[in-house]
Design a protein around this ligand. Structure first.
Ligand SMILES: Cc1ncc(C[n+]2csc(CCOP(=O)(O)OP(=O)(O)O)c2C)c(N)n1
Length: 517
């Protein structure tokens, strides 16, 4: 058994079942090893941003890390933006990055680069293993690092000679690192703060977006008369009818400041004090009222549902009924040809989300208002792009569909954002993934047109306009999808969109709809 095979077998023994790959020559022994090893599904992405974004989506749905296979520094570099997003999401990923054979590096061949240097900013753990008998142990260490709560990016660099020289023993399954509990004092401090009767919000993030945490938070909020908020971006939020529904802190600084100004106390539950996405002249970076007190119940790496249950007990809220969303689907548009615009689109999506769907939201400006109508839709999971680096949506959907194969996946995708990693469509087709993509084809970087104004810059001239529009030529998403094996349809009215979306939901495999604004 060579090093590559000892590594592949060790990854499987540690519970890694999916390899998202875009390999090259230096990874060929690892590719060959994956042929000999049972228990690893291998999925090709045609750009590394697809590979890493899919690994993020997979972790969020499967609650376990996938490995990626990437080609030296440039391959890893291509995947960095979505590793950045995954890092912010608290997603665990094991990157296996090929490297030249150790004796070859001094010759500075074309693909030679500082791989550790490329990896470090987007990885919690980086290691190069030059000993083929130790690569299996290094692989197990990488998986342990990726499991580190809430989930970490571990990058293991695999020189080609480490892969082809004799390997060591396969590492037996290791204990997965557990989330740490919060102390009794922390729970007591939160309970004391909540008992003081000030205007209070619980601000939820991370694992607090899951069902059990939401239920506990709902009981506490109902008991104390507190409001429930969630961060603007949550890696996975369980929502819809029958669920506790925190209000999302708005993206807009003005709206967020206005909402948060009322709170004298904010209890952080897997969340951080809210900050603006960007600085704007004359506007604050911190969004809460400066007089607001923050107390932290749990950070992202803590066992959040247990911390909430303990807090509920401390307050006597264990049996309080939480407030949950009613089931209230908007009506579909009546006969006619209503133009597609964000409000009608939000209602339409809310009406059609099937039960148990996974919604990936990279709808950018078009989707700012989707959270209200969809909060009473059929129960679903909602996945936000976490690090603000657009190009997560389509790859994230690939990973979500691989991680939750029994659930329909819906992607709400800006046309600008979609173009970053549209190769994901090909993987959806090849793997027959149950993904329905709705492209918000407004032919522009619409959000940036507003941002130009928000930062106080001049009105757009010819250059600015040409940098913020996606026309001349218009993208043809239906043809782009077809070219990658995904059937597509264009909708130019809400009625056409409702028909196309309903049909797509009843069609197996991936379908794309280009919703023209
Ligand atoms: C990697 C990366 N590059 C650039 C940006 C800057 N950016 C933010 S939103 C945006 C345009 C989004 O356009 P689209 O998806 O069409 O959504 P719309 O603004 O039209 O709602 C860009 C380029 C970014 N966030 N991330």
């Amino acid at each position: 058994m060579n090093g590559a095979e000892s590594l592949a077998r060790t990854l499987v023994s540690q519970g890694v079942e999916l390899c998202l790959a875009n390999p090259g020559t230096s990874e060929m022994h690892f590719v060959a090893a994956l042929d000999k090893v049972e228990g690893m599904r291998c999925v090709l992405g045609l750009f590394e941003g697809v590979v890493t974004g899919a690994a993020d989506g997979y972790y969020r749905m499967a609650d376990k890390p996938a490995c990626t296979l990437l080609h030296l520094g440039p391959g890893l570099g291509n995947g960095l933006a979505n590793l950045h997003n995954a890092k912010k999401a608290g997603s665990g990923i094991v990157n296996i990055v090929g490297e030249h054979a150790s004796y070859h590096i001094e010759h500075n061949a074309p693909l030679t680069s500082d791989i550790e240097g490329v990896a470090r900013p987007m990885s919690h753990w980086v290691h190069t293993c030059n000993d083929s008998t130790r690569i299996a142990t290094a692989g197990a260490d990488a998986v342990t690092a990726a499991w580190q709560p809430p989930g970490q990016i571990a990058t293991l660099i695999l020189p080609a000679d480490t892969a082809w020289n004799p390997g060591g023993e396969v590492v037996p399954p290791r204990q997965r690192p557990l989330r740490s509990g919060v102390t009794g004092e922390t729970v007591e401090a939160c309970a004391r703060a909540l008992r003081r009767g000030r205007k209070t919000a619980l601000l939820l993030g991370g694992q607090a977006g899951r069902q059990d945490s939401l239920d506990w938070a709902g009981r506490i909020a109902a008991h104390c008369g507190a409001d429930l908020l969630c961060e603007y971006s949550v890696a996975r939020l369980e929502r819809g009818a029958g669920r506790v529904t925190p209000r999302r802190v708005p993206y807009s600084v003005d709206l967020a400041v206005q909402l948060l100004s009322q709170y004298e106390l904010i209890v952080l539950v897997g969340a951080r004090p809210p900050v603006a996405f960007f600085a704007y002249p004359g506007k604050p970076s911190l969004l809460a009222n400066p007089a607001c007190e923050f107390v932290s119940l749990a950070e992202a790496h803590h066992d959040i549902p247990t911390a909430l249950a303990d807090l509920a007990d401390a307050l006597g809220a264990r049996t309080t009924a939480p407030v949950v969303a009613a089931f209230n689907q908007p009506a579909l548009p009546g006969p006619g040809r209503d133009p597609i615009e964000p409000v009608g689109l939000g209602r339409l999506i809310a009406a059609l989300i099937p039960e148990n769907a996974v919604v990936i939201d990279e709808s950018v400006l078009s989707g700012r208002g989707f959270d209200v109508p969809t909060s009473t839709a059929a129960p679903h999971s909602w996945l936000n792009i976490m690090g603000g680096a657009i190009g997560f949506g389509l790859p994230g959907a690939v990973g979500a569909a691989l991680g939750a194969p029994d659930r329909p996946v819906i992607v709400l995708e800006g046309d600008g954002s979609g173009m970053y990693t549209l190769q994901a469509l090909w993987t959806m087709a090849r793997e027959s993934l149950n993904v329905k993509v709705v492209i918000m084809a407004n032919r522009s970087y619409n959000i940036l047109q507003g941002e130009l104004k928000n930062v106080g810059a001049a009105a757009p001239g010819v250059n600015a306009r040409s940098m913020l529009t996606l026309d001349r030529p218009d993208l043809n998403w239906v043809q782009l999808a077809r070219g990658m094996g995904v059937p597509g349809e264009r909708a130019e009215s809400l009625q056409e969109l409702a028909a196309a979306f309903s049909k797509a939901l009843a069609t197996p495999g991936p379908v794309l709809i280009e919703a023209v604004f």
